[in-house]
Ligand binder design. Structure first.
Ligand code: SF4
Length: 605
């Protein structure tokens, strides 16, 4: 099998590119998170400033991208400006497939251009093109402008918005209009390199030496996906259905995590939006599920225009919505009209902002304003109050602007930075420096986010533990064991490029056989070892950059509301974190230090 093992290195300072073949790297680490974590350790200088030209952007796909259903994600790793540590974010759309069809398994981008540029990849033709005319445009406008760059083949465009250009530490990179490298501030790293966009056209194809074996797997997996009810929920209402189910469970973050039930949940639920605004459902390449729900958002023209005919003339745009933006910009801000919520999501799409962290920051700002920690002097005359989506839209624009006041500059640096300057740390809801996902399900969710390499609910599915063990006795060791086991297996899933939603479709035995069909030898046991090694590599990187498990702040606010496991107890959360550290240490990770605080934490049982 001519397994692609080609890495495209791009130097934006020199304006050059080269291809390096690394068969041994892909044989061992498969692709995605495995390859990206190794490249990050090798390519990123220790303690580098995230905005230094020498700080690399690494994006790795999978050897099975586009070949099997739902194997479609690429993993980006970089030094995050938001957390000052590991940046890891995943995306699909068409980008990983186009990259693979162009003949590349990974990208390493270093350097910085003086002028705005776009990296344009047309199979083996790689160009760094001037892109001053794209600077300032929204990702959608960039995609439209670059749409004609490809020839035949699969075409994809990814770009940052104004938030990335202006160094907002939680700006994202939008992929093919409706998908995202959403978290940890990759948009600002693009901005720091003056890299506005990457356009990829792949027409080379993927050669298979065992096409019939792969075809058998394809059919089995496809049937499992479309012929059973395993994935039905993702297509029907999709993750937006979580608004009502989590509300019922008492786990829906509301009013900056003060409560876990929202009285107006019904008004912004997935079901309500589907009934009134759902326009289409779309898929990533090679996925038969189509979980990406698009709503029609209509904006009126400015007041002086279309007088008397305002009902007739409205600008229409499609906006992707899923559970996370709906909780972060909806229940968490008490926005109870779905059009207001969709407009907030739309403005994040236009500016290129991580919706979750943006929602958490607006939640903190509203409460800080309510408590008098900030006033109109700071906000520039705006009065953030719960539910006022129009004011929130204006605040997001000011955060993303090139000319912002000291207050909006602090908000642009992230929640911890704003709370350091203005106070209100107790209700500044971030974990590991980043706004958490919307699962106040219990101990697994919060502890899992704390210990997860990228501080995400997708690091180790801690929320699933809470939901699956409701009513059982609290057991710190058991929760820690679950988090370790899930994290290690998910890093195999993420090295293969499998979408998280389809993680249950692929098991260890099947993965081992699929890899054998493309010439990668891994037994189910060695896959287990590899998952552990990837987790360890990420911890190694994080410790190298100064991360300390005991220094993570658990905001008091997260201990206040009722959850399905009752009010969360800080001591019990620390028991889980200590048990997790002990497990990793037993595996050989060097976590212990002479620091008293860490010793104290480890003594908790
Ligand atoms: S399930 Fe959704 S996010 Fe995952 S690959 Fe399919 S369309 Fe994309």
């Amino acid at each position: 099998m001519p397994l692609s093992n080609r890495i495209l290195y791009v130097d934006l300072t020199e304006g050059t590119s080269k291809v390096v073949e690394r068969p041994e790297l892909f044989q061992k680490y498969i692709g995605g998170a495995g390859v990206a974590s190794k490249l990050l350790l090798d390519e990123a200088p220790a303690k580098i400033d995230p905005f230094s030209p020498d700080a690399p952007i690494i994006i790795a796909g999978s050897p099975l991208t586009t070949v099997l259903p739902c194997i479609v994600k690429a993993v980006a790793m970089f030094k995050s400006p938001l957390t000052g540590n590991l940046g890891e974010t995943h995306a699909a759309g068409y980008f990983p497939s186009a990259l693979s069809l162009a003949g590349y398994s990974a990208l390493v981008i270093k350097g910085a251009s003086v002028e705005p540029v776009a990296l344009v990849i047309n199979d083996s033709d790689v160009k760094i093109r001037k892109a001053s005319s794209l600077w300032g445009l929204s990702p959608l406008q960039v995609e439209q402008a670059l749409g004609s760059f490809g020839d035949d083949g699969l075409h994809s465009v990814i770009s940052c918005g104004a938030a990335g250009e202006n160094f907002v530490h939680y700006s994202n990179v939008v992929v093919d209009r409706y998908h995202h490298f959403g978290r940890m501030g990759l948009g600002a790293i693009f901005g720091s390199k003056r890299l506005k966009a990457i356009s990829v056209n792949g027409a080379e194809g993927v050669a298979l030496t065992n096409p019939l074996t792969i075809k058998d797997y394809y059919e089995k997996v496809y049937q499992n996906i479309v012929g059973t009810d395993l994935m039905v929920k993702y297509h029907d209402y999709g993750t937006p259905a979580n608004i009502l189910s989590l509300n019922e469970m008492g786990a829906l973050p509301t009013e900056n995590f003060r409560k876990t039930r929202f009285e107006d949940a019904e008004k912004i639920s997935g079901e309500t939006i589907a009934e009134n605004r759902l326009e289409r459902k779309i898929s990533c390449a090679s996925c038969p599920i189509a979980c990406v729900h698009l709503a029609d958002v209509k904006d009126e023209f400015s007041p002086p225009h279309e007088r008397g005919r305002r009902e007739l003339f409205k600008e229409s745009r499609l906006v992707p919505y899923n559970y996370e933006p709906m909780y972060a910009l909806g229940s968490n801000l008490k926005v109870s009209d779905y059009d207001g919520l969709l407009r907030l999501i739309a403005v994040c799409e236009e500016l290129g902002l991580d919706v979750m962290t943006a929602g958490n920051i607006l939640g903190w700002a509203t409460e800080a304003f309510e408590k008098g920690l900030i006033g109109e002097g700071e906000t520039g005359g705006l009065k953030p109050v719960w539910g006022d989506s129009a004011t929130y839209v204006e605040m997001l624009r000011r955060i993303s602007s090139a000319r912002r006041s000291p207050f909006y500059s602090a908000l642009a640096r992230g929640l911890d930075s704003a709370a350091d300057k203005y106070g209100g740390k107790d209700f500044a809801v971030s974990l590991g420096g980043i706004g958490p996902a919307g699962y106040m399900t219990g101990y697994g969710s919060i502890a899992g986010t704390v210990v997860g390499a990228r501080h995400s609910h997708l690091s180790n599915s801690g929320y699933s533990y809470d939901e699956g063990n409701l009513g059982k006795e609290f057991d710190a060791e058991k929760i820690a064991a679950y988090l370790v086991e899930q994290e290690d297996w998910l890093y195999i899933i993420y090295s293969l490029g499998v979408c998280y939603f389809a993680r249950k479709v692929y098991d260890k035995t099947m993965v081992s056989k699929m890899l054998a069909a493309i010439g990668i030898e891994h037994t189910p046991e060695s896959l287990g070892e590899l998952g552990r090694e990837i987790s360890h590599n990420l911890l190694k990187y994080k410790f190298q950059e100064g991360f300390r498990m005991d220094s993570i702040r658990i905001p008091k606010r997260l201990l206040e509301p009722e959850t399905p496991w009752g009010r969360l107890d800080e001591g019990k959360l620390k028991q889980i974190i200590a048990a997790y550290i002990r497990k990793r240490e037993k595996e050989g990770v060097k976590i212990k230090s002479e620091d008293v605080a860490l010793k104290d934490l480890l003594s908790i049982r």
